[in-house]
Design a protein around this ligand. Structure first.
Ligand SMILES: Cc1cc2nc3c(=O)[nH]c(=O)nc-3n(C[C@H](O)[C@H](O)[C@H](O)COP(=O)(O)O)c2cc1C
Length: 171
């Protein structure tokens, strides 16, 4: 027998590598924020949609509910430090763009900023929030996309437990 029954958590510990994204928002008062998210997948291709699992206690969740807009950015493999900071600090009282030095660029449709040096950015408008379990699932329609001029940049991934971040070398 090759497959051995085990607790769900033990099997899930084999999930790496897993891509990680940065989610940016901008509140009505103009304050931009950024968080890290690994619970992300595509939900539709016509139109393109992302599905993000975002904890209801996150500042990002609050602002998406209020503004119905956000940006999904693919950080590059050199953005581990900034991604970890964005993913371990709440934006309620902290300016994470300032603290990390992440540069912003104006988006074309939404008010949330692009992450200037990311591999790619996707401007999204909120379609629906589902809650089938303990985590709100945010479906966002992509209304504009941007790719870095440098096509060789590689995406940052979670490569192991405890937020171990890194790039992937081609085989
Ligand atoms: C690599 C990484 C991945 C994460 N993935 C998620 C995720 O998918 N969903 C989530 O709600 N929080 C995730 N987090 C935690 C949030 O980024 C964290 O709670 C953050 O402080 C929320 O920021 P905010 O309150 O400014 O929105 C992740 C953190 C890291 C470091």
């Amino acid at each position: 027998m090759t497959q051995i029954a085990c607790p769900i958590e033990e099997a899930l510990a084999r999930k790496y590598p897993e891509p990680v994204v940065l989610v940016t928002t901008r509140d009505h008062d103009g304050r931009a924020n950024v968080m890290a998210a690994a619970w992300v997948c595509f939900a539709s291709s016509e139109p393109w949609m992302f599905l993000l699992g975002i904890d209801a206690g996150a500042r990002t969740y609050e602002v998406i509910v209020r503004t119905r807009q956000f940006v999904v950015a693919f950080p590059h493999e050199g953005m581990g430090r900034e991604t970890l900071y964005a993913g371990t600090n709440h934006g309620h009282a902290t300016d994470k763009f300032k603290e990390t030095g992440l540069a912003m660029q104006d988006a074309s449709v939404v008010r949330a900023p692009l992450v200037r040096d990311a591999v790619a950015n996707f401007e999204c408008e909120l379609v629906e929030i589902y809650q089938p379990g303990d985590c709100p699932l945010i479906a966002g329609k992509v209304v504009a996309a941007h790719a870095n001029r440098d096509a060789d940049l590689r995406r940052l991934c979670l490569v192991g437990p405890d937020y171990r971040l890194g790039g992937l070398r081609p085989a």
